[in-house]
Design a protein around this ligand. Structure first.
Ligand code: ADP
Ligand code: ASP
Ligand code: MG
Length: 470
């Protein structure tokens, strides 16, 4: 069997965690399986690298150099705790040091130019995964697993949309076949950087925050793995974020479609694109806990297994804005919605949810809060003539809102689910501002005030908990 295992930030965030990683990988290798390891940066490292981009661009040399010192100390301390003195440890420490020298040089250049671009941010942020891959490979080697650290850019070719790059599948497959597969066949365990790729000209790109899950899936598909295991810091995909409601329980099985909706609507446990690469090959995904490896976790597969509850899980998204376009002159006028969404796209925003009232006098949609003002301006420019003719009154923006989503494949064809959801909100005095149901009928999303988030999730979660086994 060939298994791709992705380890998240917490799973490689300390010597204790890496000790677990080594045990997990070694056990599979000893059982005669081949493993492709994909790693995130140590927890918190991506955030500090992103702040150092800002520090460099504002000329704060002390800021990014002290980040380099802290990163060196943290990685070095981890290596010192994991490996005895000797060649293997020295080599890894030197690799970390030279990566940080490169990092400081790029930051120096940024501080001279006082300009940051998405391309530069990707180059700088890539050092997190590049360091952790060296660290994990060294720990594996020390425990007798023949491992090699590899930068994903050697295999994963992407377009040049920095900070949110898309894989170029054909060429990625060619490179994996040519360079990665022979390595695996020789019994080497590659430890590949998650999150990053490279353009055809070799510039480093990233797949977006949380993108290591997506990397895991890309490598699982390209290597034709029998299974993808996402090792993280919780027992699996749960009925809701355990940080919002402690009663959250692990779902033993969810379908690709359900987990896609869950991830899109805010469940951080998986990056929304994770399912995409493995879908056609129907590679099973497991979500498991690095800190509780004897637990089976959640299995994710193609079949929409029925569950006793119609609502399987509840998610929420913060930091969104609700934009409403309204006006009596809109009634029956074709094209207003189309032009509005085009304007939103031109402002670089992707739309999270759309809802229209039946009167056609207004419709609303949600975007991330950092793009709202730009989207509003873009719409006002696009609809300038309708606004000056007063056919459209205004474009409103509300920032203090969140999206709540209930997910479950059993919703399709079951009457009354929406009724239960909204009467639950009504009975608890929670005002629902907009509603949308996915066309797959696998989810219902709605918008409430930010202040109502926890109550809305907990009350809806009651419905999901009704019959998930304890
Ligand atoms: P990693 O670093 O391993 O990628 P993340 O922090 O990105 O881990 O994702 C795991 C976290 O996702 C959990 O600690 C949990 O708080 C959060 N989470 C949100 N929603 C869910 C959910 N429905 N099921 C499980 N975890 C969830
Ligand atoms: N290190 C990256 C991040 O924090 C990617 C990941 O962990 O998935 O966003
Ligand atoms: Mg993650």
């Amino acid at each position: 069997m060939l298994i791709t295992m992705k380890f998240g930030g917490t799973s490689v965030g300390s010597p204790e965690a890496i000790t677990n990683v080594v045990k997990i990988v070694k056990q599979e290798v000893q059982a005669g399986n081949a493993v492709v390891v994909v790693v995130s940066a140590m927890s918190g490292v991506t955030d500090s690298l992103l702040s150092s981009v800002k520090q460099a661009a504002s000329g704060n040399k002390w800021g990014y150099l002290s980040t380099a010192d802290k990163l060196r100390d943290r990685h070095e301390d981890t290596l010192n705790q994991l490996l005895p003195p000797g060649e293997l440890r020295e080599k890894a420490i030197n690799q970390i040091k030279s990566l940080l020298v490169e990092y400081s040089e790029i930051c120096n250049a940024v501080s001279i130019l006082t300009e940051e671009t998405p391309r530069i941010a990707d180059a700088i942020v890539s050092y997190g995964e590049r360091m952790s891959a060296r660290l994990v490979a060294a720990a594996l080697n020390h425990h007798g697993v023949k491992a090699e650290a590899h930068d994903a850019g050697d295999y994963l070719l992407t377009d040049d949309r920095f900070q949110s790059a898309t894989p170029i599948w054909d060429e990625t497959q060619v490179r994996v076949d040519r360079k990665l597969m022979p390595l695996i066949e020789q019994g080497v365990t590659p430890v590949i950087t998650g999150f990053i790729g490279a353009t055809a000209s070799g510039a480093i790109t990233t797949l977006g925050r949380g993108g290591s899950d997506y990397s895991g899936a890309i490598f699982a598909a390209a290597t034709n793995s029998d299974e993808l295991i996402i090792w993280t810091d919780v027992d699996g995909v749960m009925t809701t974020d355990p940080r919002v409601d402690k009663r959250a329980r692990v779902l033993p099985y969810v379908s690709y479609q359900e987990v896609g909706e869950l991830a899109f609507y805010g469940a951080k446990v998986l990056h929304p694109k994770t399912v995409q690469p493995v879908l056609d090959k129907a590679i099973p995904i497991r979500v498991r806990n690095t800190f509780n490896p004897s637990f089976a976790g959640t299995l994710i597969g193609p079949e929409g297994a029925p569950s006793a509850t119609i609502i399987k899980a509840v998610t929420s998204i913060r930091k969104v804005s609700l934009l409403t376009v309204s006006g009596k002159g809109m009634i029956g006028v074709p094209g207003i919605a189309g032009r509005t969404f085009l304007a939103a796209a031109n402002a670089g925003a992707s739309i999270l949810m759309i809802s229209q009232s039946s009167s056609e006098q207004s419709f609303c949609f949600l975007v991330t809060d950092n793009s709202a003002e730009q989207v509003k301006e873009s719409i006002e420019t696009q609809l300038e003539s309708e606004i000056s003719a007063r056919d459209i009154d205004r474009v409103d923006v509300r920032d203090d809102v969140v999206i709540i989503t209930a997910v479950g494949a059993g919703m399709s064809g079951t009457p009354g689910v929406a009724g239960r959801v909204f009467s639950t909100m009504g009975n608890n005095g929670i005002n629902v501002m907009a509603i949308a149901q996915g066309s797959s009928e696998c989810s219902i999303s709605f918008v409430v005030a930010e202040a109502d988030l926890e109550r809305a999730v907990i009350k809806l979660h009651d419905l999901a908990l009704e019959s998930v086994p304890v």
